[in-house]
Design a protein around this ligand. Sequence first.
Ligand code: SAM
Length: 301
Amino acid sequence: MSTSSVPAPFSEAELRLLQALVYQECGMHFDERRSHFLQDRLQRRLKECQLDSFYSYYRLLISREGKDELSRLLENLTVNETSFFRNKSQLEFFHKHILEELFRRKQSHRDYSLRIWSAGCSTGQEPYTLAMLVADALAYYYLRNSLPIEMPSPKPLVPPPWKVEILASDISYSVLRAGQEGIYGETQMASVDYSYRLRYFDKVGERYAVKKALKEIVHFDFHNLKTEYLPQRNDVIFCRNVMMYFDEAEQKRLIDKFHRCLNPAGHLFIGHAESLLGLTEKFTLVHRDSGTAYQKLEVRV
Ligand SMILES: C[S@@+](CC[C@H](N)C(=O)[O-])C[C@H]1O[C@@H](n2cnc3c(N)ncnc32)[C@H](O)[C@@H]1O
């Protein structure tokens, strides 16, 4: 779409300035296809701030006092679409193979900590799905293997001495708040079958609240994937349907950061419309049936 048809007050140069600012702040790339969306959201923010010129809005965004407005603009530009049990074949691969192998390998080194990061977690459906899968996989593993210490009574969700942490991060404070609240309506619950609903949710009126024990293993936090300071020592990273909004240069930088944030032989899961092909040689594709992931390779320096 040509920017010559842009409604006032944005000129092509003004839009480019804004695009550069958004890219610099969070890595999101607005090409011609998505420029209409950017303009629409900008118009709304200008109206909300009761400003009538691009120039005054831009000045606000780059000022110290404009930090909150910059966060609000970025929140308005993110796509937060998500669901429980999204991409089932990939989750099955994670549940049945990757976790099983991780438990076995870790237990053999007497390392009972597990850290999984949902990067770009939106409203929490992804990290809570991972928490349910880990809890079930641990229970199943210890049906077939003996626990190193006696199981306490009542039986906890995570059998000791295991410590499981699911870190859920996003750039948007409003989605982080929703995730932390952990209450979902019937439409959002559509992909959660009854055995999961019964075990991991409490019915509150017409809605479903994530049970306390499951909530305790998921920690929500703000992290901008554009920055260098990201959570380290993860066994698995899920970053699905996030990189697709970045350009190639930013994707490459992010993949390098994920490589540094993963433990040796750790796994990276990305969205089904995303690929690392041609972007890195630091990961190798692993798969089972139609479920795919990328495994970290050690790189000699
Ligand atoms: C489409 S949702 C994907 C949610 C979930 N991963 C899934 O696949 O269902 C993309 C999420 O990435 C977040 N996001 C976008 N840019 C980000 C950045 N620079 N840092 C952290 N999160 C970001 C958005 O706020 C949004 O919640």
